[in-house]
Ligand binder design. Structure first.
Ligand SMILES: [Zn+2]
Length: 422
């Protein structure tokens, strides 16, 4: 039996509206028509390269996989999506909605070129021309404007790591309610580590700002945990409906691990920090021994750790913005070799007990047996490696939160919840 994979993108408008809400509305039609069981897995929310020069708000595209009887049935679903999009999307400003779809017989055999296109859209810059060539090669169809690029990328999403997001929607005619930090803290504690980036101190992170129809979004590695937390908050704050998406958020999927500075990409650079200086805004300008440069914004909250790191061997990653001198905008730093050394007293050569200094240069005495001698101190490199991460509120969609380290891939083994849209 064939499958329809359909993607959408760029249905956000400046004055509200949101591509995830278009997908939600499409699925609500399926629910009302008794067709929701034809949805394979969960609908997918895919974030694309945050460093591209032209992008939609949040750079989100969406896709869904549906079991269909025939190509005709597939076309009916595509038409339904077109009708919904036409009704909902206010074509203002730069909004240029697009739909992409493909019908395949075997979900295990996705065309390589399509998965490649997804990877390139997350890590690099793609254009309309490339999207058209790829879609012709693999037999996918594109309908609409610039949004077809992200829509095509989303249908090529074959997750190796994934997370979930519970998105609750609100009535746009009424005032946005303020979500109480105490509620979020309680649920954050109860669902850890299977939800992440809920709150930073008392700053609630699950709530978007601006006019869009999203009331809040709870992200996590387990659909059951995001549903427990999300459902409670959805009831309390008067959501009009909710849905759970499978996403590439928080997976570091945008990292290329490439050591070359290529504009608009996320790259890694390894070197010794030779200087850290701060400009008038408090942003840290980092110079490495190999001549490469990086900038860490003050908001990341890592200035203090950075200034303690001159002399450390580090791996720095972030986005490259083109300019006179290519510079990395830091997302994270791993200290590979700490510059710090520790000086400790040796153990007693007679009994192995701890030794203390007598104050006079080099004279040490054993606390256990009283042995006294002039002995050299032990100098050891701490040689620990550690991560310098931004504060929670500074994480962007694709960046992997430290709480997720070790949970990679878990999401793909958890069965689909029975109730995932309301
Ligand atoms: Zn001793």
């Amino acid at each position: 039996m064939p499958y329809l994979i359909m993607g959408i993108d760029d249905m956000d408008a400046e004055d509200g509206g949101c591509t995830t809400y278009v997908m939600y509305s499409f699925i609500k039609y399926l629910v009302n028509d008794g067709l929701v069981n034809d949805v394979i897995g969960l609908p997918r929310l895919t974030r694309l390269n945050p460093y591209v020069p032209f992008k939609t708000r949040g750079n989100a595209s969406l896709s869904i996989i549906l079991r269909v009887d025939s190509e005709d049935a597939a076309r009916d679903y595509v038409e339904l999506m077109q009708v919904i999009a036409d009704q909902m999307v206010r074509r203002t400003g730069k909004t240029s909605p697009g739909i992409a779809y493909i019908v395949v017989d075997d979900l295990e055999k996705m065309p390589d070129r399509l998965t490649w296109f997804y990877g390139k859209s997350v890590r690099d810059v793609v254009n309309m021309d490339l999207a058209q060539r790829v879609s012709e090669k693999v037999g996918a169809k594109l309908i609409g404007g610039r949004g077809t690029i992200g829509a095509l990328a989303s249908i090529g999403f074959v997750p190796r790591d994934a997370t979930y997001e519970f998105i609750a929607y609100r009535n746009e005619d009424s005032e946005r309610p303020t979500i109480d930090a105490q509620d979020v803290t309680t649920w954050d504690t109860a669902t850890k580590p299977f939800t992440f980036l809920n709150i930073d101190g008392t700053h609630v992170l699950i709530e978007p700002h601006g006019p869009d129809p999203v009331l809040f979004g709870v992200r996590g590695d387990s659909p059951y945990h995001v549903i427990s937390m999300g459902n409670y908050l959805a009831n309390k704050y008067g959501a009009i409906g909710w849905i759970v998406y499978l996403t590439n958020q928080g997976t570091d999927e945008h990292r290329t691990h490439s050591g070359r500075y290529i504009p608009y990409r996320n790259v890694d650079v390894i070197g010794i920090i030779v200087s850290v200086s701060f400009d008038e805004y408090g942003h840290a300008h980092i110079k490495l021994g190999n001549g490469m440069r990086a900038i860490a914004y003050r908001h990341l909250g890592i200035s203090k750790e950075l200034s303690n790191c001159v002399g450390c061997l580090v791996d720095i990653w972030g986005g490259v913005k083109p300019g006179e001198e290519n510079t990395i905008y830091v997302e994270g730093i791993r200290v590979l070799h700490d510059r710090e050394i520790e000086i400790t007293n040796p153990r007693c050569p007679r009994c192995g007990g701890p030794m203390e200094s007598l104050g006079r240069v080099g004279i040490l005495r054993c606390k256990r047996c009283g042995f006294k001698d002039k002995l050299p101190r032990v100098i050891s490199a701490r040689n620990r490696w550690f991560l310098i991460n931004p504060r929670e509120s500074e994480y962007r969609h694709l960046m992997k939160p430290i709480e997720r380290v070790g949970l990679e891939g878990l999401a793909l083994y958890i069965p689909k919840p029975l109730l995932w849209v309301y």
